[in-house]
Ligand binder design. Structure first.
Ligand code: MSP
Length: 644
């Protein structure tokens, strides 16, 4: 029976650029959505941006532009990033959308009229980073645990939402619906929080302090507090209260968030829904935090991981796979490029990639690339449990995906890949191929392997859609994935009649080239990616930041080509200190002709890893149809001299 899915991500603040953490949540939502699509469920996937509040005003001020211009600019970055990560959202909501603002006002009025919003004076400790008041027991050493600053005491009159009135109801609801908040650790966290008296929620800010927000319908001197505005996006996007989408999809709502915003989603939001007479969402799915070097990612530490860079260097599907495989949903994970490379080499290049090319190569070697027919009697004899094990694993995989335990679904899938690799060893097709008498057995073995690969191609679709498409195409699978870009047939995998006998298969391809970080060994695939990265770096400096660009003269100390990267050179330069750069100038310059030259570089670019080499700056050159000509100075100057 099909059942619609409504999946949402948090709407992200536009005061920072998207990073690995935002990418994880949004890819997870995409995975859930694609999995449901594969089960032929109707799906609706919502993401967007949260654009009101102090944080945004401060970020806009820093760039000397109005909040409106600022939010338009950053929201566009989020909106345009997701398709580049193969994330197919259906609707992108912005809290500055007029339709959203209308719903927020309507809801405030409704709850105010019902007597659940009151006016009162409040004195408390306010963290500007979090945009909320803190109780003393929430502080760690007197500081906000997220921003590590002491909150400031603030006294002002404001509007409050009577959350306390709904405390007992919420405890009861969570107890009656054990997977309302999952995994269990977060459910327990909310229940522990609810074991203490719940304070009412301050939902307004006086306009004299904050203008960038939605005006309260019952008091024009106040705007609404960010959470009351932001959480309502989940229903305003569906056209609440009368929209067809609301009627159809709200009963199947599932949210994904990280643990940082558990409380607003596990407490404020259900109570807001209850007060407004809206049925509850189905599940709140809460994941942990991606850390870097066991610590928080932060702009000031300079360890923020950018998803596009990883995609460009390692390939999109490898990146998506790593995120879903390495994080146990609900727990924190530590990100490292080394772990990513290990996963690519072991799980993708070795286990899956080798199996795939081996099987396709055998079809070509033994059957001229044509999928063999099978004799039903021999088929049973030569299954050796492969078919039954693989078919039995599909419901297990489905269960893991339903529970958001993506890593488990992938473990199950990789156990099947290991099983298939063992099946090749045990049946030894190369021995069967030697004797005419064992031709029927060979046909069965190859047919089983092809159908097994068909199952794997289907199971990896939600996480690695491009790889799934490449496999399906090479296996001659006739599915909508290839024609319409979506795979919607999980049931077909269960038939074990996936690959049709008699069809001609194209020659195999390398799904995932091995990466050798030590040798800086490049593959054609990531050479192209490295060039992309260079071009992204070249276009990403905003014009208003020009004054911040540090241009310097450097002397080239040595230059060498990079194996299998035709267009790139590795340069060691003197900038007053020694630096390594990667430059896309190999088509115009021989390494030996560069030594001793003085050229101009951008010295304060964020280091970027290109072909495994950390490049610390960018060489400037004019480019025309004859190639490039390096920007230089017309007399020798001291290395490191600024260019002004
Ligand atoms: N605007 C609010 C959410 C309102 S939802 C009605 C907000 N925005 S945010 O930009 O700070 O996004 C927080 C979310 O980004 C987290 O809940 C998580 O989904 C994602 N992540 C941000 N950093 C993260 C990690 N380091 N690790 C994993 N995910 C994290 O809060």
């Amino acid at each position: 029976m099909t059942r619609p899915l409504y999946i949402t991500t948090p709407i992200y603040y536009v005061n920072a650029m998207p990073h690995l953490g935002h990418a994880y949540t949004t890819i997870a939502a995409d995975v859930v959505c694609r999995f449901n699509f594969m089960q032929q469920n109707e799906t609706l996937f919502l993401t967007g941006t949260d654009e009101h509040g102090d944080k945004i005003v401060r970020a806009a001020k820093k760039e000397n532009i109005s909040p409106r211009v600022y939010v338009d600019k950053i929201s566009k970055v989020f909106k345009e990033l997701w398709p580049q990560l193969n994330i197919k959202y259906d609707y992108f909501i912005r809290t500055s959308d007029p339709a959203h603002i209308a719903v927020v006002k309507q809801m405030l009025q409704k709850i105010y009229d019902a007597g659940d919003i009151y006016f009162s004076e409040y004195e408390g400790l306010y963290c500007f980073g979090c945009e909320r008041f803190f109780t003393k027991r929430e502080l760690v050493d007197g500081k906000c645990p997220d921003h590590l600053v002491e909150p400031e005491p603030i006294k002002e009159s404001n509007y409050f939402f009577k959350m306390s009135r709904y405390q007992d109801w919420l405890i009861d609801h969570i107890e009656k619906h054990p997977d309302f908040i999952r995994p269990e650790r977060y459910r327990n966290e909310i229940l522990a929080f609810l074991s203490e008296p719940l304070e009412d929620l301050c939902i307004s800010r006086p306009k004299k302090r904050l203008k960038w927000g939605i005006t309260l319908p019952f008091d024009k001197d106040y705007v609404t507090y960010v959470w009351f505005d932001a959480l309502l996006n989940y229903v305003s996007a569906l056209g609440y209260p009368d929209g067809e989408l609301f009627k159809k999809f709200w009963p199947y709502a599932q949210h994904i968030v990280a643990k940082d915003i558990l409380k607003p989603h596990g407490i404020y939001w259900p109570i807001m829904l209850k007060a407004a007479g809206i049925p509850m969402y189905n599940h709140l799915n809460v994941h942990g935090y991606w850390n870097v070097d066991q610590g928080k990612m932060s702009k000031s530490i300079g360890n923020v991981v950018e998803p596009l860079q990883l995609k460009n260097i390692y390939g999109l599907d490898a990146f998506r796979f790593f995120l879903m495989r390495d994080m146990v949903f609900g727990l924190d994970s530590n990100f490292s490029e080394q772990a990513l490379v290990q996963r690519i080499n072991a799980d993708l290049a070795n286990d899956l990639g080798n199996l795939f090319s081996r099987v396709i190569a055998m079809v070509h070697k033994y059957f001229k690339g044509i999928v063999p027919e099978v004799d039903p009697v021999v088929e049973d004899e030569f299954q050796l449990g492969l078919k039954s094990d693989m078919l039995a694993a599909i419901p297990e995989y489905e269960q893991s995906m339903e529970n958001f335990t993506f890593h488990k679904a992938l473990v199950t899938t990789w156990e099947l890949i290991a099983k298939m690799n063992r099946y090749v060893d045990v049946t030894s097709p190369w021995v069967l191929a030697k004797k005419k008498a064992s031709k029927k057995q060979l046909q069965v073995v190859i047919s089983n392997l092809l159908n097994g690969l068909g199952v794997i191609a289907g199971l990896i679709y939600p996480i690695m859609p491009d790889t799934s498409a490449a496999m399906q195409k090479h296996l001659g699978m006739d599915t909508d994935l290839i024609t319409k870009g979506r795979f919607n047939n999980l049931d077909m995998l269960k038939t074990w009649k996936i690959i049709k006998p008699g069809i001609q298969l194209p020659k195999g391809i390398t799904l995932f080239p091995r990466i050798d970080l030590k040798k800086n060994q490049a593959t054609p695939q990531n050479e192209a990616a490295a060039e992309d990265l260079l071009s992204v770096l070249k276009t990403e400096i905003p014009v208003e930041a020009f004054g911040a660009i540090d241009l310097r003269v450097v002397t080239i100390l040595s230059a060498e080509s990079i194996p299998r990267a035709k267009k790139l050179l590795k340069l060691e330069v003197d900038l007053g200190e020694k630096r390594t750069l990667v430059a896309g100038i190999a088509a115009s310059y021989k390494p030996e002709n560069l030594v001793g030259k003085q050229v101009i570089v951008v010295a304060n670019l964020k280091p970027a890893k290109i072909m495994g080499i950390v490049s610390n700056g960018m060489v400037l050159a004019a480019v025309d149809d004859k190639g490039c000509s390096l920007a230089t100075v017309d007399r020798k100057v001291k290395p490191g001299t600024p260019v002004g």
